[in-house]
Design a protein around this ligand. Structure first.
Ligand SMILES: C[S@@+](CC[C@H](N)C(=O)[O-])C[C@H]1O[C@@H](n2cnc3c(N)ncnc32)[C@H](O)[C@@H]1O
Length: 308
């Protein structure tokens, strides 16, 4: 099972890798972005995170020639500050986040991420975590379930779907993705079922985000990574849905916008510490769209630290 890295060239170009730099790849996956960075290093290093131990093990195989320049951390990227400190990394020459799920995770039926296979309800990125999609679907009360589907799936039929889930689990536990897909379909009007796109897509996205607490981790990790950037260095974040993108956009906007001052007081020039390198997020080229369907929803945002 392979993974084609999204917006790889563009991200690496914006990063401007220095041979002696210290970089962070917060989302190792199969190591595509890590490889593109590490092969340009002489004395530099990359600290690489992934919650998924399988991703780390597979990336280690791919990156065998560079292992002396890599520090692998099998933990949530939300803990990056602690791990950078523990590894004596005080500042970063650049960082990359390529958020979400990798193709091997989606394409492995055993992981239960996809509505395309009938498998055990799971969706944990960290297999040592006990809470899974099974617990969410079978234990969340109706109002909490509705909120998750509405907030994280932006699902207009959140309440009818949640109601059907609660009714179905009263009869017997919902254990598979196939059962869940059928329950979702039974809650949707036929005009929606005949629309383009899978009818379970938004519900599955919502459950995955909640199971892995994705948005809270993104917010903390991207803020912490920006704080570690050296002056003149850049951070790149690739997002795949609007909720993630909104969080990154907001963090970058706050960091790059001067605070409002009282116009009646003498005006000071306030230099902001960060600058947006691209005002609008970059999307995949026509060529990439043809070669990699995952790139369709990808957006790259880039920020640079201007002052300390
Ligand atoms: C899209 S893939 C990265 C692909 C990689 N850039 C490549 O080119 O091969 C995202 C990876 O981030 C990992 N991930 C997701 N949330 C995470 C988190 N909170 N902490 C650490 N890793 C996470 C996933 O397990 C997945 O392997």
């Amino acid at each position: 099972m392979s993974h084609i890295s999204v917006l790889l060239e563009e991200t690496i170009d914006y990063l401007g890798v220095k041979e002696d730099g210290i970089y962070l790849d917060a989302t190792c996956g199969r190591g595509g972005h890590t490889e593109a960075i590490v092969k340009q290093l002489t004395s530099g290093k990359v600290i690489v995170f992934d919650l998924d131990i399988v991703a780390i093990e597979e990336a280690k195989k791919r990156l065998m020639p560079y292992l002396d320049k890599l520090i692998f951390i099998n933990d949530n990227y939300a803990t990056l500050k602690k791990h950078c400190e523990a590894n004596d990394i005080k500042q970063l020459d650049g960082f990359v986040f390529d958020l979400g799920v990798s193709s091997p995770q989606f394409d492995d039926p055993a992981r239960g991420f996809s509505y395309r296979y009938d498998s055990r309800l799971d969706m944990r990125m960290d297999q040592s975590q006990t809470f899974s999609a099974y617990h969410l679907v079978n234990e969340y009360p109706l109002n909490q379930l509705t909120k998750v589907l509405r907030d994280y799936g932006e699902e207009p039929f959140a309440y009818p779907i949640a109601k059907k889930i609660v009714a179905a689990r009263l009869l017997s536990p919902i254990t598979t993705t196939g059962q869940l897909v059928e329950i979702i379909k039974s809650a949707l009007p036929s005009r929606i079922l005949h629309q383009k796109g899978h009818p379970a897509k938004q519900t599955f996205q919502a459950i995955r985000i909640e199971v892995n607490q994705e948005l809270a981790s993104v917010e903390k990790a991207v803020s912490d990574a920006c704080a570690l950037l050296k002056v003149g260095c850049r951070g790149c974040v690739i997002t795949f849905h609007s909720l993630e993108d909104r969080i990154v956009k907001e963090i970058f906007k706050q960091l790059s916008t001067p605070p409002k001052t009282n116009r009646r007081l003498p005006q000071q020039i306030i230099d902001v510490q960060y600058q947006l390198i691209i005002k609008k997020p970059l999307t995949a080229s026509e060529e990439e769209l043809l070669n990699n369907p995952r790139s369709h929803s990808a957006k790259l945002r880039v920020i640079e630290r201007k002052r300390g």
